[in-house]
Ligand binder design. Structure first.
Ligand SMILES: Cc1cc2nc3c(=O)[nH]c(=O)nc-3n(C[C@H](O)[C@H](O)[C@H](O)COP(=O)(O)OP(=O)(O)OC[C@H]3O[C@@H](n4cnc5c(N)ncnc54)[C@H](O)[C@@H]3O)c2cc1C
Length: 411
């Protein structure tokens, strides 16, 4: 029995046994196509359909949205999402495609939306039938998020949106976008308001989505242009001018605060994809030859891999600390630490793998001779995105230093 299972409440223990039974009988079959490493690189309808079918079946079985109230499509349970996540990870299920919906949009709509909106949008968000995306970043507003210029102007009882969002992951499949908009040009923070916007039904009628191609050759994020898109005032979250405070709810969850409550990653990796973890790195080193001997027999390589094993284990223990109430002195401490460390550890692990592969690392996906299917070089290139998305490592370090540790503000 896992340490976590030993501490289960009676409700959690019963639910855990239910999850184990359900997962045993209902694991999805092998995907018909190669899946991407994370939901942020879903490129084709085939990939999406396979993953959506999985999310829907897990939702119908009660493994998604477990702790949200029944009235908004949740399971009405107490602290059970964590249990479902642990069991999905143990069963090595595919990931959920609606990662932005589950991880960020759901808690934001739940805490700040009107009851009718919650009831209308959350069930299809949980089931994965509606994919959600996040329209925060703009060409001139990334780290300095409060500088967003995409403007919403009130006309009668509607809002008219004009502007340009960028790096919008999953917008090419999304029905809905959570969006930070400027509603008043004379105030920086208090001039922001937060909306949910149905973008798919507005394609070609006020919304244009243009995919961007990454260094890996994948698409996944997009530019989204708004030209006179009209939306209803009922799509506004919280009060006018309170957009910055609502955005903080989203960011806190994006950086990991809600990880235990939402199955954003429930079932991290499919059997069909390649995890950037040290277990796979060790396997690679045990089968790759460098200079006439196995890479795992090289003392320097072994040392580098061991450092990663230690860091990965340290991260795992740090994540467990989020369950200790006495360590919750600052809401950002553990989520920010975890986001910062997880993305940098994954990047270093991928860098060592590429080094172990040597010249073979130039072989890429689709090449039969590529070690591990060519996925390590792709992981390495994608790892840079993970140290930028959800706030760059530099910005995370600033926030940890200034707001958590109380150090003087950087100039
Ligand atoms: C894979 C991926 C997915 C993404 N998905 C989404 C999405 O779905 N929706 C969305 O809205 N956005 C998304 N983004 C955008 C992401 O949030 C921004 O790229 C990020 O916030 C940085 O903003 P920027 O690109 O404008 O860089 P800038 O803010 O221009 O930063 C440029 C450089 O300056 C550094 N810098 C900036 N300010 C400071 C400072 N005060 N102190 C020290 N260094 C600083 C940064 O660390 C960075 O190295 C995604 C990005 C990536 C890579």
């Amino acid at each position: 029995m896992s340490e976590s299972a030993r501490k289960d409440t009676p409700e959690q223990a019963e639910f855990r046994s239910y999850c184990q039974g359900w997962l045993k009988d209902n694991l999805p079959g092998e995907p018909p196509v190669r899946l991407p490493l994370t939901p942020l690189e879903i490129m084709t309808q085939e990939q999406l359909s396979y993953l959506q079918a999985w999310q829907k079946s897990a939702y119908d079985a009660g493994l998604v949205g477990c702790d949200y109230p029944v009235e908004v499509g949740g399971g009405g349970r107490n602290d059970c999402q964590r249990v479902a996540n642990e069991e999905m990870i143990a069963a090595r299920t595919p990931f959920m495609p609606n990662v932005i919906g589950l991880g960020m949009a759901a808690p934001t709509v739940f805490y700040h939306g009107q009851d009718k909106l919650k009831q209308d949008v959350l069930p299809r968000l949980f089931s994965g039938e509606d994919i959600w995306c996040q329209g925060f970043s703009e060409p001139e507003a990334g780290s300095d998020l409060a500088s967003v210029q995409t403007f919403a102007e009130k006309k009668g009882d509607k809002w008219v949106i004009n502007g340009h969002k960028v790096w919008t992951s999953l917008a090419h499949f999304a029905e809905w976008m959570i969006i930070l908009l400027r509603t008043d040009k004379s105030h920086k923070y208090d001039g922001l308001s937060y909306f949910v916007v149905p973008i798919r039904s507005a394609l070609g009628k006020g919304v244009t989505v243009r995919p961007l191609i990454k260094i890996t050759g994948e698409t996944g994020f997009n530019e989204v242009i708004f030209e006179d898109l009209e939306v209803d005032d009922s799509f506004r979250l919280d009060e006018l001018g309170k957009g910055w405070q609502v955005a903080m709810t989203t960011l806190l969850h994006e950086r990991g605060a809600g990880e235990l409550q939402t199955p954003r990653s429930g079932g991290l990796k499919s059997k069909a994809t390649h995890a950037t973890n040290t277990a796979n790195l060790i396997e690679l080193a045990q089968t790759s030859y460098r200079g006439g001997k196995l890479a795992c027999d090289d003392a320097l390589t072994r040392d580098k891999i061991m450092q990663q094993v230690i860091r990965e284990e340290g991260l795992r223990h740090n994540q467990r600390r989020s369950r200790v109430p006495a360590l919750q002195d600052h809401p950002m401490r553990l989520p920010l630490q975890n986001k910062l460390l997880a993305s940098e550890i994954a990047q270093d692990t991928a860098a060592i793998a590429v080094e172990v592969e040597g010249a073979s690392a130039s072989l890429y996906l689709g090449d039969d001779n590529a070690p591990a299917g060519g996925e390590w070089p792709m992981s390495y290139m994608n790892s840079y995105g993970m140290t930028i998305a959800a706030g760059t490592s530099e910005v995370q370090r600033n926030i940890l230093g200034e707001r958590v540790l109380g150090m003087p503000k950087s100039k």
